[in-house]
Design a protein around this ligand. Structure first.
Ligand code: GTR
Length: 331
């Protein structure tokens, strides 16, 4: 095979052409920059839809210059790994659950504390004044953009109906990869098994775990309800979902573009809210129709009381103690 021979003059002409094309593209705004966004949930899950919506807003507002490509269903890895990658700047945007980012950001760990919120309204009030919390992410390598709904998490299992704390004793329950969540299950006298989200279904199906804990939409859209027929409305944690951006991506943005991202993120959380409410309802109905026993009538007090040790541990950090106090006082 004969290779073409390029002269120096040919080469420099080519280089000049490429440079000219590139600067023309930049000046007409034609070069699109793509941001990779991760979400552990499935394609239709409200958080994934919210990310897509945000992508549309950002593309519109930037005249196509800024684009978001959404990787759902753990395409970029399990949540814990994607968090590390976001911190390292390899993933630009990440929608994560409060309990997992709580491994890094102290205020988020506080939001994941069991039985901290009296109701979802209480949580919402705290989040509405939430810029302080979102703004606290930066020293830990993330930029907090918006909170998304996640309802409340409750315990489910395949062994027996949990009607009292004694019924939880000895159950092997999957938890997120979070020390706080493991401590909580231990405080119920059960055995925590930390597994990434993508392995829970197999864990339930093979009997590696007896159950887990999650909100209605996750319980149903992940098919866990097909293997765990007892759902007890413990509503022990209301840690919200949060959208973060990597510091690296953030620093690469102009001030105007940062504004576009912030505004679009907030709008996407409103967009998500209605979808969330609808899916929560629908998931509960779907579980009921499939014959899941839902236990709502039981004494929550002993479950809450069992958390004393967890609070004592968390409150050793004076800033966490102060935030817990302030949250409790929000009417
Ligand atoms: C869901 C949450 C996910 C993931 C999952 C889990 O509610 O949306 O981000 O944290 O729980 O239990 O792993």
């Amino acid at each position: 095979m004969k290779l073409p021979v390029y002269s120096r003059a040919d080469l420099s002409r080519t280089v000049a052409l490429v440079v000219a094309l590139f600067s023309a593209a930049v000046s007409t705004g034609a070069v699109a920059r793509e941001f990779r966004a991760a979400d552990t949930q499935n394609e239709d899950y409200p958080t994934v839809q919210a990310l897509r919506y945000m992508g549309r807003l950002i593309a519109e507002r930037s005249g196509g210059r800024l684009q978001i490509r959404v990787f759902h269903s753990r395409q970029l890895g399990e949540e814990k790994e994607t968090i590390a990658q976001t911190r390292a700047g390899a993933i630009d945007l990440n929608r994560i659950n409060g309990a997992l980012i709580g491994n890094f950001v102290p205020a988020m760990k506080v939001l994941a504390m069991p039985f901290l919120f009296r109701s979802l309204e209480h949580l919402q009030k705290v989040l509405d004044g939430g810029n302080e919390i979102l703004n606290s992410f930066e020293p830990y390598g993330f930029v907090g953009l918006a909170f998304y709904d996640s309802g409340a998490r409750s315990i489910y299992n395949s062994v027996r109906p949990v009607r009292a704390i004694a019924d939880v004793k000895g159950l092997r329950l999957r938890v997120q990869q979070s020390e706080l969540m493991s401590d909580m299950i231990k405080a119920f006298d059960a055995e925590p098994v930390q597994l990434p989200y993508g392995q829970v279904l197999t864990g339930l199906a093979t009997g590696l775990v007896d159950g887990a804990e999650n909100n209605w939409p996750s319980f149903v859209t992940s098919d866990h309800y097909k293997y765990a027929g007892y759902y007890t409305l413990t509503e022990h944690s209301m840690s919200p979902e949060v959208l973060v951006m990597s510091q690296k991506a953030w620093e690469s943005l102009s001030l105007d573009d940062r504004k576009i991202f912030r505004e679009a993120a907030i709008r996407s959380s409103h967009f998500m809210h209605d979808k969330w409410k609808a899916l929560e309802e629908q998931s509960r109905r779907q579980a009921e129709a499939a014959g899941v026993t839902i236990i709502t009538d039981f004494d929550r007090k002993p479950f809450e009381a069992a958390m004393a040790g967890i609070y004592a541990k968390a409150q050793r950090d004076p800033e966490a103690a102060e935030l817990i106090e302030r949250i409790r006082k929000v009417e």
